[in-house]
Design a binder for this molecule. Structure first.
Ligand code: PLP
Length: 604
């Protein structure tokens, strides 16, 4: 466990138990003291009793609930200790995980906090409305994203049937769409404005923040929209100011400065005469993927829920007090921070193959070095002469400079190779072939090199003896995991006892946010089986597993690409009949291949 820094990124949800397996800790009133679910036992139960194949996503609703509770408690405490006179009322941005069970769970667990949802498109609005039927009537239904007449009309219909819907204007032109839809339906909207802040989020995910960001209105445009609403006699509809400066904000000082800036705009809107009431600070509450709490990269943030909430509340209070404006209700659209921990992707190893080393001998390297550097004295003289010619008019010096550049590059390459060779010589590496598609299951690793904690979920009381890279099933050179948290290119792994269905299981953790909806269909592998692991302590048991979604089978995947599986099966059968090779076994085989998941099915 220590090797994989579970204590760093996994606390308080993951630990290693006395059997050497990862355990998932369940915190809660009913389970006081904390209970643990053995992850290997849960996986085994899913594959044996439910006859499921890998890859699997195991979801732990108890963990989800704990995240939601912890976020709400953090804000409640910050509000209490700061003397803030309003409350926190968050929403979950469904884009982060649109899975029905995740959204429904959050609405259910969040009902007594009036926790709501955020939608960014028409289908998301539909699913959010459906889910909030069981939520609190006060819960916000925030509508973001680019909007057409239908989107705005649907949002207005939602308001007319008593969902607390807020249409957030992202562009000045959206005012016209809202006015038209509102007149057509005879429904008065509640509106918000998305501000484009000058405060920037420096990480990868912040590229849409700042003055040149993709979304929202700059300060002058915000007031222009307010003026326009005033002219239309609709300023009383304006009740929220929103911003989102990107995901995974690294430090609380950036959060604090964003909230101060936005609260300033909020107060000005109040002074113009808008009723306002809510400041929606968007997403960005981060996850410490590498467990270092350094805040120095996209992998790590230097704060937890308490520090985040306290930075937000203090900043909002400071600026509203300075402006003599009542404290706004604080809403956040935290996605990643709520759902990352609760779901774990599990896959099995099929084989581990020693990787060929491509190193040259040391003698070869040294002779290449001699050749490149040549006589060090000449090198020195040439360098001097190149530097002395400042104006570049001396042709001889230019040639020398050019040569030196080439030498420099060659020497640099050579030294890198040497370093790699030394590393390689240290230990052989193994290619672990995994029942996995990186493209379908962890698209952010493939697309933006987002790293997740990855480790075997058992045997953690035995020292791993091999260094491995994970190779997936796709026929694509990018279909591998060869970068791990901490900068290593290999992962310490155990030797496999057997190939095929090896019984060696690896988990990708903190993968509950964004991965499922971004997933692609490379090689038509598609998604995993979804399994819910529910604690049953309150019923006197330990846990139960419920299959909530079967991964797409080959026929499903083919249909997406406009093939017709029924016609295909028929045509292949015809062909087999003509060849005199049509048997019941062949039919069964074809049916099985069409109607099971495309991943490898190990006969356990
Ligand atoms: N709100 C908006 C408008 C977003 O675009 C996003 C994600 O990009 C979020 C909220 C969720 O952000 P996070 O997952 O960082 O909490």
């Amino acid at each position: 466990g220590y090797l994989y820094n579970i204590a760093g990124w996994g606390d308080p949800y993951f630990a290693v138990n006395s059997s050497g397996n990862v355990s998932v800790k369940i915190h809660g009133v009913e389970t006081n003291p904390t209970q643990e679910i053995d992850l290997l036992a849960a996986v085994k139960k899913a594959i044996t009793t439910k006859n499921l194949q890998f890859p699997l996503i195991l979801r732990f609703p108890d963990v989800l609930k704990h995240r939601l509770d912890a976020l709400n408690v953090a804000f409640a405490n910050a509000i209490k200790y700061t003397g803030y006179t309003s409350h926190y009322q968050g929403v979950f941005p469904v884009k982060v995980n649109q899975n029905k069970h995740v959204v429904d769970d959050l609405v259910k667990f969040g009902k007594h906090y009036s926790f709501g949802l955020e939608a960014g498109s028409k289908p998301e609005l539909l699913l959010a409305m459906h889910s909030l039927i069981n939520g609190s009537p006060k819960a916000y239904l925030v509508c973001n994203g680019y909007k057409d007449m239908d989107y705005v009309s649907l949002a207005l219909v939602a308001r007319s049937i008593n969902f607390n819907t807020i249409i957030v204007l992202e562009l000045e032109d959206e005012v016209d769409t809202v006015v038209r839809a509102s007149q057509a339906l005879g429904v008065r909207p509640v509106l918000g404005i998305r501000a484009r802040l000058l405060t920037t989020n420096p990480g990868h995910f912040g590229s849409t923040s700042g003055k040149h960001g993709k979304f929202g209105l700059l300060e002058a445009q915000i007031y222009a929209v307010a003026e326009k609403l005033k002219e239309l006699n609709m300023l009383d509809c304006l009740k929220l100011l929103h911003f989102h400066i990107g995901s995974q904000i690294p430090t609380t000082s950036i959060i604090s400065s964003a909230v101060r800036e936005a609260t300033g705009y909020y107060c000005n809107l109040v002074n113009i005469g808008a009723p306002m009431g809510t400041l929606d600070i968007g997403g960005g509450l981060g996850i410490d993927y590498d467990g270092t709490r350094s805040g120095s990269s996209d992998m790590s943030v230097a704060y937890g829920f308490e520090e985040y909430a306290s930075a937000v509340v203090q900043a909002a209070r400071l600026v509203s007090d300075q402006n003599g404006v009542a404290h706004p209700v604080l809403c956040s659209e935290s996605g990643r921070a709520l759902v990352s921990h609760h779901s774990i992707l599990i896959y099995d190893a099929l084989s581990a193959v020693e990787e060929p080393s491509d190193s040259v001998t040391s003698a070869e390297l040294i002779s290449r070095l001699d050749e490149l550097v040549g006589n060090p004295t000449t090198l020195h003289a040439n360098l001097k002469s190149a530097i002395q010619s400042q104006d570049g008019s001396n042709n001889t010096s230019l040639t020398h400079a050019d040569q030196l550049k080439k030498h420099g590059v060659e020497i640099f390459k050579l030294s890198r190779r040497l370093a790699k060779q030394l590393e390689a010589a240290e230990e052989t590496t193994y290619a672990y072939h995994m029942n996995l598609s990186v493209f379908s299951l962890t698209p952010d690793f493939w697309g933006i090199k987002q790293l997740f904690p990855i480790l075997p979920i058992h045997q953690l009381n035995e020292k791993p003896t091999q260094k491995g890279r994970l190779i997936d099933l796709t026929c694509d050179s990018d279909g591998k995991v060869d970068q791990f948290i901490g900068g290593a290119q290999t992962l310490p792994l155990h030797a496999l006892e057997q190939s095929g269905s090896s019984g060696y299981y690896i988990g990708t953790f903190l993968a509950g946010a964004y991965q499922e909806s971004l997933g692609s269909r490379h090689n038509l592998f598609g998604g995993p089986n979804l399994v819910r692991v529910e604690s049953t302590y309150s019923l006197g048991g330990t846990f139960r597993v419920v299959v909530v979604g079967a991964g797409p089978n080959a026929a499903d995947q083919l249909k997406v690409m406009h093939h017709d599986p029924v016609e295909m099966l028929h045509a292949i059968a015809e062909r087999a009949k003509e060849a005199g090779h049509w048997t019941p076994t062949a039919l069964q085989l074809l049916k099985r291949v069409f109607y099971t998941m495309p991943y490898l099915f190990g006969e356990a």
